[in-house]
Design a protein around this ligand. Structure first.
Ligand SMILES: Nc1ncnc2c1ncn2[C@@H]1O[C@H](COP(=O)(O)OP(=O)(O)OP(=O)(O)O)[C@@H](O)[C@H]1O
Ligand SMILES: [Mg+2]
Length: 281
């Protein structure tokens, strides 16, 4: 039945980066590759929020870019609304019908922002390009999404270099949600934000979920991931450690899994030893 079909099915996804010097390969040296993403599979349905978590360098941003089709997979399949989108070369995906339906907010807010565009223009740009809105309707929509992401209206006339990291992060989020995507990928959207602004973004994710938007939420912060995620996909060095539904894992277990479990225990033990030594007379 079509209604049971996930919005996105990631199957055996792989991304290999060549390592070392290519000219040595020609001289007979065996090519070596970094397996940034190594056979990852998971699904996400409408109105679902998947927390994609794991330690630094485990492949989260690479997976996000592969799904948003900014990078070409080395192997595996990406089925979006039943259609294979993994084979369309990234450089052609801009013209694919699914382009507007999948929006991504970059980990580094400056990555997605044109330095010559004001915040208003940055948010309006995808709407203009899709010829969705113009004139007063466009202004109203930009102001609405700015409000939703907690971005004060007076910042809309500023350029990226005149904004703080957290303000740029909110411009990126406002821009991504302006076109009402079906799949929203947020790569560390709260890391540059204060407690209050992070709360605005987390609340927005919950609202988006209720409207049926599928959200992939990448974060290092289990206190942000746990309340909004329905499901957690945990990675370890490019490989899938497992997927857990919210009911199957407690917040403390999630914290342990995100930090590599045993490794965190060893570190705590070591730090306690260092602190004890420091406290000794
Ligand atoms: N263009 C590239 N060429 C070679 N290796 C890369 C490239 N981009 C990323 N990598 C490597 O791929 C691995 C995964 O990187 P990725 O950015 O996906 O990690 P991440 O989980 O998002 O980390 P973080 O939590 O620090 O943002 C890392 O080892 C990284 O060094
Ligand atoms: Mg990353």
């Amino acid at each position: 039945m079509t209604s049971d079909r996930p919005l996105l099915a990631v199957d055996g996804l792989r991304k290999l980066y060549p390592m070392g010097k290519h000219r040595l390969w020609r001289r007979g040296a065996a090519p070596s590759f970094l397996h940034a993403v190594d056979g990852v599979s998971f699904t996400i349905g409408r109105g679902e929020t998947v927390g994609l978590v794991g330690e630094s360098g485990c492949g989260k941003s690479t997976i996000a870019r592969l799904i948003a089709r900014l990078l070409d997979p080395s192997d595996g399949s990406l089925r979006f609304a039943g259609e294979e989108i993994g084979r369309v070369p990234a450089r052609h995906f801009g013209r694919a019908p699914q382009r507007a339906q999948i929006q991504m907010v970059f980990q580094d807010a400056t990555d997605g922002l044109n330095p010559r565009f004001t915040a208003f223009r940055a948010i309006a740009d995808p709407l203009l390009r899709l010829r969705r809105l113009s004139g007063t309707a466009l202004r109203t929509r930009v102001e609405e999404v700015a409000r939703l992401t907690g971005l004060p209206q007076e910042l809309l006339s500023r350029f990226p270099h005149q904004l703080s990291g957290g303000q740029k992060a909110r411009v990126g989020i406002a821009r991504a949600i302006a076109v009402e995507p079906r799949l929203l990928i947020l790569d560390e959207p709260t890391s540059a934000l204060g407690v209050k602004q992070a709360g605005v973004v987390l609340r927005y994710i919950l609202q988006a979920r209720e409207r049926g938007v599928a959200v992939i939420f990448i974060t290092h912060n289990p206190h942000h991931a746990y309340p909004v995620g329905n499901r957690f996909v945990i990675l370890n060095r490019g490989k899938l450690m497992g997927t857990w539904n919210k009911g199957e894992i407690s917040r403390d277990e999630l914290i342990r899994m995100m930090s590599g479990g045993a490794e965190l225990d060893a570190l705590t033990h070591e730090l306690e030893g260092v602190l004890d030594e420091a406290a000794a007379p």
